[in-house]
Design a protein around this ligand. Structure first.
Ligand SMILES: Cc1cc2nc3c(=O)[nH]c(=O)nc-3n(C[C@H](O)[C@H](O)[C@H](O)COP(=O)(O)OP(=O)(O)OC[C@H]3O[C@@H](n4cnc5c(N)ncnc54)[C@H](O)[C@@H]3O)c2cc1C
Length: 371
């Protein structure tokens, strides 16, 4: 599926593929590196290849092209480097376009790699009240809990969704060393990523730490979440392509008896079905990137892209494991590792059924949405 890519986009794709083959695959598998040093080495290789910083806005604040990011992310994943961290460096996240003082105190150091941020959205189901703040003079006083902040234990600050009394939802920058910020636990999910849960107990932050105008928090959070959803979708289609390639290799490799596993009609039916699904997912994801670059509101399309691509990728790896057999479940087998990583993506940034319900609500209750 060439998807009518321009020569410029094809060059980005080739550059990403070369970076993966020349450096990232070896760095991914280098057991002598700890996570921090691996990330540093990945960033250095990516900088040399001209990919580092690609996800950051230009000097004038222009957002990077969604299609370019898709092509690069998908190519990296299709080369087996989905989930390798540090390629792009930290993006601005919800701080994109923020003014002073946060621009100088947080955004600049974040982009320079001097500070690390966590995105604090999800709350524990038994929280008595969603995280909220009262206004006291020039300060917000925040109380509540966040249950699943990726990279939270190493974060210097969190961008947290907070309901500000009398004003509505806001994204608020909360430094993790402030009095009243307590890390309740740190934990890992089975894909190997690390997270933390936090309590905020009467945490005082300047009002200038709330992003945008009062009530804008939801819009900002949605934009940021949509961007991450599109990134996940690209990772999923690329990874699904990588799995399909690995499966094809298995299907045409003769077994001891000289027959090829792919010579049975059953294997062909399964393989063909997965090919069609990946084609459909890629079509959807590319269309969403083009709509994004055209300046459209793509909240629903980004939901559809993430939801569909993550479910298809899950089916592809599950189907591949079924055809390859028990060997694929042995710890350290590439399919076993990919299975664990892809499985988390049907929950992260929105559980699939919750996303379906959101899309339906747009049309049924709000009369909006083009899906
Ligand atoms: C690897 C990973 C990284 C993550 N990183 C972050 C992060 O950095 N920051 C962050 O804030 N969060 C993060 N999360 C949390 C993630 O966003 C949530 O897990 C996800 O949104 C689902 O929320 P939940 O776990 O509370 O499950 P729920 O939303 O409670 O869903 C659990 C089940 O309940 C169902 N359900 C939910 N609501 C309803 C309803 N109203 N009616 C009927 N059924 C319902 C769902 O369909 C689902 O089956 C991460 C999660 C993972 C797995």
């Amino acid at each position: 599926m060439p998807d009518f890519l321009t020569p410029e986009l094809l060059a980005w794709r080739d550059r990403a593929t070369r970076l993966a083959h020349d450096h990232l695959l070896a760095l991914r598998d280098d057991v002598s590196l700890d996570e921090r040093n691996r990330r540093r080495a990945v960033a250095a290789a990516s900088r040399q290849a001209g990919l580092h910083g690609l996800a950051q806005p230009a000097e004038d604040g222009t957002a990077p092209s969604a299609l370019t990011l898709l092509v690069v992310r998908e190519a990296l994943a299709a080369a087996g480097c989905g989930g390798v961290r540090g390629v792009f460096g930290d993006g601005p996240g919800v701080l994109a376009g923020v003014g002073e003082p946060l621009r100088g105190t947080h955004l600049g150091p974040l982009l320079a790699g001097e500070l690390r941020a966590g995105f604090a959205f999800t709350e524990p189901v038994d929280a008595p009240r969603p995280t909220w703040a009262r206004i006291e003079g020039e300060e917000l006083v925040i109380t509540g809990q966040k249950s699943y902040v990726t990279g939270g234990a190493d974060a210097d600050f969190l961008t947290a969704t907070v309901e500000v009394e009398g004003e509505g939802p806001a994204m608020v920058v909360v430094d993790t060393d402030l009095p009243g910020v307590r890390m309740l636990r740190r934990f890992a999910s089975f894909d190997g990523s690390h997270h933390a849960a936090f309590a905020f107990e009467e945490v005082r932050v300047p009002r200038t730490h709330a992003l945008g105008r009062p009530g804008e928090g939801r819009g900002r959070a949605l934009e940021r979440i949509s961007e991450v959803r599109r990134a996940i979708a690209a990772d999923c289609t690329g990874t699904a392509m990588w799995v399909l390639a690995l499966l094809a290799e298995h299907l045409v490799t003769p077994r001891r008896d000289g027959r090829r596993p792919g010579d049975t009609e059953r294997a062909r039916l399964r393989y063909g079905d997965l090919q069609v699904k990946v084609y459909a997912a890629r079509s959807l994801v590319y269309r969403t990137a083009r709509l994004t670059d055209a300046g459209e509101n793509v909240v629903n399309e980004s939901i559809a892209a993430k939801l569909f691509a993550s479910e298809v990728a899950g089916e592809v790896v599950d189907g591949a494991i079924q055809l390859v057999g028990g060997e694929a479940l042995v710890e350290g087998h590439p399919l076993e590792q990919v299975m664990r990583r892809l499985r988390t993506l049907r929950l992260a940034e929105g559980e699939s059924d919750v996303l379906r319900v959101n899309v339906a609500r747009g049309r049924l209750d709000l009369g909006q949405g083009r899906l």
